[in-house]
Design a binder for this molecule. Structure first.
Ligand code: B12
Length: 212
């Protein structure tokens, strides 16, 4: 087991024709981190891009050859993500979700059998830890040590402790960008970059001259 596919679902009710496309920043960060620190092979498929290009969206075919299917979801992405996760489970894949919706709705997400694991909050370190455990075969004791992970075990919902945030976040390398078909994104959107991560207000409060 060493092949991870990160899948971006289409959105059922986009606010414009572009499917709110954008380059999937989170997937690039996750893929880069995992690839740098393990021998997992990571691929990305963006069904939103495929939709606007008029390409085929065929998860039954696309998921073959991968061991783990990972999807990040905002609220609007959760229903289409579930459809994809259901196909992944029919194909016998391990499924993992992350992003704002699963992070805020862990208990709700665990009611769905389509979801094996939830990574809460910042995903890089936890995803790497999870993949390292999965590679050696599912082991309950080891899963309970994976930071920020939620999962079901013997009918109980387990929510592990949060991990530490990353000390530094590296930029996306050209090698990682090559996981995406950038020239096709360029037909529709300008490139977003991530300038900072997290909430800056704690820092502002501690600035000299300001009182709490
Ligand atoms: C940039 C941004 C956009 C950009 C996206 C550009 C792009 N190229 O992707 C644009 C402008 C297009 C956009 C549009 C919208 N956005 Co917006 N956006 C953001 C913003 C500011 C940052 C997201 C981001 O890229 N973060 C950087 C990456 C690295 O972090 P991340 O996505 O959180 O991913 C990390 C973890 O979540 C986790 N993770 C994520 N996915 C996965 C998957 C797996 C398998 C795992 C293990 C982990 C994992 O690991 C990642 C790395 O640590 C957030 C607010 C915020 N600060 O998070 C709002 C936010 C996500 N947007 C929001 C909304 C509402 C929208 C719109 C619906 C607005 C609208 N009405 O049109 C649209 C919908 C877009 C869509 N359908 O997907 C809401 C979502 C709320 C919700 N509950 O769903 C947010 C949270 C803002 C808010 N507080 O309201 N957005």
């Amino acid at each position: 087991m060493n092949k991870l596919l990160l899948v971006r679902p289409i959105v059922d009710f986009p606010v414009d024709d572009s499917q709110e496309l954008g380059i999937p920043q989170a997937y690039l960060h996750l893929a880069q981190y995992v690839r740098q620190k393990s021998n997992w092979e990571v691929s990305i498929i963006d069904y939103r891009l495929n939709m606007v290009l008029g390409r085929e969206v065929n998860p039954m075919k696309d998921f073959l050859g991968f061991d783990v299917i990972g999807i990040g979801c905002s609220t609007s992405e959760f229903p289409p993500a579930l459809k994809l996760l259901s196909i992944a489970k029919k194909l016998g894949k391990v499924t993992v979700v992350g992003g704002i919706f699963p992070t805020q709705n862990k208990e709700y997400c665990l009611t769905y059998n389509e979801i094996d694991y939830i990574v809460c909050g910042e995903g890089e370190q936890s995803l790497l830890e999870l993949l390292n455990v999965l590679k050696r075969g599912v082991n309950e004791e080891k899963l309970e040590k994976v930071s920020s992970l939620s999962f079901k075990s013997c009918g109980r919902n387990i929510h592990n402790k949060c991990g530490k945030l990353l000390d530094s976040i590296s930029g996306i390398s050209p090698e990682t960008y090559s996981l995406l078909d950038l020239s096709n994104y360029a037909k529709f959107v300008s490139a977003h970059i991530m300038a900072t991560r997290g909430c800056p207000y704690g820092v502002i409060l501690k600035s000299p001259g300001l009182t709490e």
